[in-house]
Design a protein around this ligand. Structure first.
Ligand SMILES: [Cu+2]
Length: 517
């Protein structure tokens, strides 16, 4: 058991870079907590790529308790940022341009000392986030409940060289002990962009979209490498006691517990890899894990240029690899992305990416934000549809139908919690029962979480809802906001929407659409 370097009682002793606060104008502040999450390796519950059932072992053990890096909107650590679907288990993307600082306030909500250790960037000993002798820094082992602000400098030595692509990605991960924390899911990435080749918002100017893919075999067997090696040293037919197992038995158990993932998902269950024909897409590709983790990422349908040097459709990855490959989307369709190592592929290390044809049907749902870790993706509330039904008959009232997502502390009990939605100046206050339903004369709320359990606990930090705002008073509010003209919505009508849930305030802009007649 490691003695923490920072405890809750000490408060946040970080925030410095070699003894001084970094220049505030050049600093981007992030709030990241490590939190227990019940992770689902295959949320669809099937292999829709091959049209098959999942293997029995996986069907039985689709979920595992993981500890993940979760981003919050501010220092209150109450409003979670909605994770991007395509990142899967990867933590929040932290980014900046060369010369900037990242200040990362880390809160450990796990049960063991944890840390954040970055690759590539410049840090002093306290912000290294790694525990080893002699004299580990303050951020080396943050105790459960404790906070520490790491400061990392995106200096020249962390930046892309002129002959490299305009942005590069580094891994960060917990590094108190090492491997087990990565297997827990404590992994994320830092993107550094060359300002000479960046847009004003700091995104690389020569690409239109970013993707990230981590190839990693998670070990869910509860055996570490130690047990496997110990069994290795035993003669094949040595007598085994109740605890001692033969090499073959250990191998069997280890293999049953392997999850061959891309971003923590298996058998095509990583979704959100959507792009458009004509776009230039940058892939940040990573490998991590142990001696079985040699992977060959292979894309169907398109080729890539790796690191500005060679054209390929396979990127080789060893544990700890961080590679960049650019793809010009010329070939619309749905294509496979998989590891080309035979048994990894058959164990589920594959998914699909979608290239939408130009001028074709729009994607069925709101496409994800093009760049990773940008403010417009840092949302805690997302309203996916907002339909306005304007009734002209007396027997039916007008209504606004909303569907959306909001993040909540994990786990969270719905019963008796106020759901306070404000549109313009008008507010609906709803108190749900344990089944997630609330009905008032002015609104109906339905919480739609598959994991909603009998006592009204929502797991997983994301709450999906349907909300009907009933009555002409809501339409009157839209009229006050000048969003109606001659009893029709004006084009591109949008309204500010805030939701208070518990102590957290969530905000977003909602684009209103007229319901089909
Ligand atoms: Cu592989």
């Amino acid at each position: 058991m490691i003695e923490p370097t920072v405890t809750q009682e000490m408060g946040d002793m970080g925030g410095k870079f070699f003894g001084a606060a970094p220049d505030a104008k050049k600093t981007r502040h992030y709030y990241i907590a490590a939190e227990p999450v019940l992770w689902d390796f295959a949320p669809e519950g099937k292999d829709s790529v091959c049209g098959k059932l999942l293997p029995p072992e996986l069907l039985l053990h689709r979920h595992s308790w993981k500890v993940r890096y979760v981003q919050y909107a501010d220092a209150n650590f109450s409003a979670r940022i909605l994770p991007m679907e395509r990142l899967g288990i990867l933590g929040p993307v932290l980014r900046g341009v060369t010369g900037e600082y990242l200040a990362v306030t880390f809160l450990n909500r796990g049960w063991l000392p944890l840390s954040m250790h970055p690759h590539g960037v410049k840090y002093d000993k306290d912000s290294e986030g790694s525990f080893y002798k002699p004299s580990p820094g303050l951020g080396a082992a943050v105790a459960p409940g404790a906070k520490f602000t790491y400061v990392w400098h995106l200096d020249e030595a962390s930046a892309p060289r002129p002959d490299e692509p305009s942005s590069k990605a580094w891994l960060y991960h917990s590094h108190v002990t090492g491997e087990e924390e990565i297997n827990q899911g404590l992994i994320g990435t830092i993107i550094v962009t060359d300002p000479a080749r960046a847009r004003p918002d700091g995104t690389p100017a020569d690409v239109d979209r970013e993707m990230a893919a981590l190839f990693l075999i998670f070990n869910e067997s509860s055996f570490g490498d130690g047990e496997a090696e110990e069994a290795d040293e035993r003669p094949a037919n040595a007598p085994t006691g109740p605890v001692q197992r033969t090499w073959a038995e250990v191998q069997e158990i280890m293999e049953q517990g392997e999850r061959h993932t891309i971003n923590g998902r298996v058998f095509g269950n990583l979704t959100g890899l959507e792009m458009n024909q004509g776009e230039r897409v940058r892939w940040y590709v990573f490998g991590l894990g142990s001696e079985k983790d040699f992977h060959t990422a292979h894309w169907h349908g398109e080729t890539l240029v790796e690191n500005n040097v060679r054209r390929t459709d396979v990127v080789e990855l060893l544990p700890g690899s961080m590679k960049i490959a650019d793809m010009q989307m010329n070939n619309p369709g749905t294509w496979l992305l998989h590891c080309h190592v035979g048994d990894h592929m058959s164990e589920g290390m594959f998914t699909r990416f979608m290239v939408q044809p130009k001028g074709g049907e729009a994607v069925s749902r709101e496409p994800e934000v093009a760049f990773l870790g940008m403010p417009q993706s840092a949302r805690t509330l997302r309203v996916q549809t907002a339909e306005v039904v304007l009734s002209k008959t007396a027997d039916r009232s007008s209504e606004i139908n909303l569907t959306g997502q909001v993040t909540i502390p994990d786990p969270f009990s719905l019963a008796g919690k106020e759901f306070r939605m404000q549109l313009g100046q008008k507010t609906a206050v709803l108190l749900t029962d344990a089944s997630g339903v609330s009905v008032t004369p002015e609104a109906i709320l339905l919480v739609k979480n598959p994991a909603l359990s009998g006592n009204g606990n929502v797991m997983g930090g994301t709450l999906n809802f349907e909300l009907v705002l009933k009555g002409d008073a809501w339409v009157e509010e839209l009229r006050q906001l000048k969003l109606l003209r001659e009893d029709k919505l004006i084009p591109d009508a949008s309204v500010r929407c805030t939701l208070k849930l518990g102590s957290a305030l969530h905000e977003t802009t909602v684009v209103l659409k007229s319901a089909a007649p």
